[in-house]
Design a protein around this ligand. Structure first.
Ligand SMILES: Nc1ncnc2c1ncn2[C@@H]1O[C@H](COP(=O)(O)OP(=O)(O)OP(=O)(O)O)[C@@H](O)[C@H]1O
Length: 323
């Protein structure tokens, strides 16, 4: 179990950024970000390679200073924050590295001393991340997934109010990923603020309260997924199984269908309709009787919404690259 956070003295706003920028010479790694993140909120931070996600995390951690604009984290400018304040922030970096010769327990106790967190937390945290069985094994014998879990235990030391997880599920199998998101939800439920970055958009969908989409240093979108879905105004996809050919379904929808894509085997069809036309489209398709053997409706997913807001992501997708 993860203990409740002390609520006394807790800021209601975890992060406030105004015109936040970090430029490297002429290169604008982060450029003019404006957002507020309330305490106790979970945020998915997504963006193409080089979009500025890690730079934003470093700014939040106070590892680098803004070149313009302002940033308050738990009420304080992070680059000027005292150690006491920094201890309220947990961080799991993208490439987590440990001393190979230390055991899991020794590693965690080392970080607990650094963070001045209670040593008695270590065993409970190893248990929480499912590593108790390997606590006395040297880290060099750990798999990638086990190292990630140890990294998460390290980030959870001291019951941080703010947790930054940079691509934390890399190397984890599906069951471990599910467990990871369960821990994230428990943290949020006890009042912690969590920011998680990932390129695996399907796993982030419906896991966080808010989504931030970064594109070339800018914040292209920020808000609850449903709000971004409405703003993007993308069509709903209806997949229709048409055993006797796709012609009747296409004719029935007429101009309601913004686009129709026939499958390679010719037995099914994807029809894209505006959300307001969805019910009319379903009525017309079901009226076709045997010409339609089955149908399936899908709202635009996070990957489609991401491509809508991020021109770089759309370009990468068109070129067959990753999100
Ligand atoms: N110290 C630095 N000096 C110069 N440029 C930098 C520095 N750190 C980052 N950048 C540049 O800033 C941009 C943003 O980098 P950042 O690491 O924040 O991207 P990211 O969104 O985390 O990417 P990825 O998904 O690949 O991890 C990149 O173009 C990067 O090359």
């Amino acid at each position: 179990m993860i203990p409740e956070l002390e609520t006394a003295g807790l800021e209601t706003v975890a992060i406030a950024a105004r015109g936040l920028s970090r430029h490297y010479g002429a290169h604008r790694a982060v450029d003019g970000l404006d957002f507020t993140l309330d305490a106790g909120t979970t945020l998915a931070l997504i963006g193409h390679n080089g979009a500025g996600k890690t730079t934003l995390m470093k700014l939040i951690l106070g590892l680098i200073r803004p070149t313009a604009g302002s940033l308050k984290v738990l009420g304080v400018e992070p680059a000027r924050a005292a150690l006491e304040h920094r201890r309220q922030i947990g961080f799991l970096p993208e490439n987590v590295a440990f001393h190979d010769e230390l055991t899991g327990t020794q590693t965690l106790r080392f970080y607990a001393r650094l963070k001045r967190a209670p040593l008695k937390q270590c065993d409970a945290l190893l248990e929480r991340v499912g590593l108790s069985f390997a606590a006395s094994r040297r880290v060099k014998t750990y798999s990638k997934g086990m190292r990630q879990r140890l990294g998460l235990a390290q980030a959870l030391l001291g019951d941080p109010q703010l947790l930054l997880l940079d691509e934390p599920t890399t190397g984890l199998d599906p069951a471990s990923r599910a467990e990871f998101f369960q821990i994230m939800r428990e943290l949020a439920d006890r009042g912690a603020t969590v920011i998680i970055s990932s390129h695996i958009l399907t796993e982030l969908e419906a896991k966080t309260d808010l989504v931030a989409i970064m594109n070339t240093g800018h914040l292209a979108a920020f808000g609850p997924l449903d709000m971004l879905r409405r703003e993007a105004d993308l069509p709903v996809r209806i997949t229709v199984v048409t055993p006797n050919g796709t012609g009747p379904a296409v004719s029935a929808l007429g101009s309601i269908a913004q686009r129709a894509v026939v499958s390679e085997n010719g037995h099914s069809l994807q029809l894209f309709v505006h959300v307001e036309d969805k019910l009319e489209a379903l009525a017309r398709l079901t009226a076709l009787g045997d010409a339609v053997a089955d149908l399936d409706i899908a709202r635009p997913g996070l990957d489609e919404i991401y491509r809508h807001f991020s021109p770089e992501a759309a370009k990468a997708a068109a070129a067959g690259g990753e999100a």
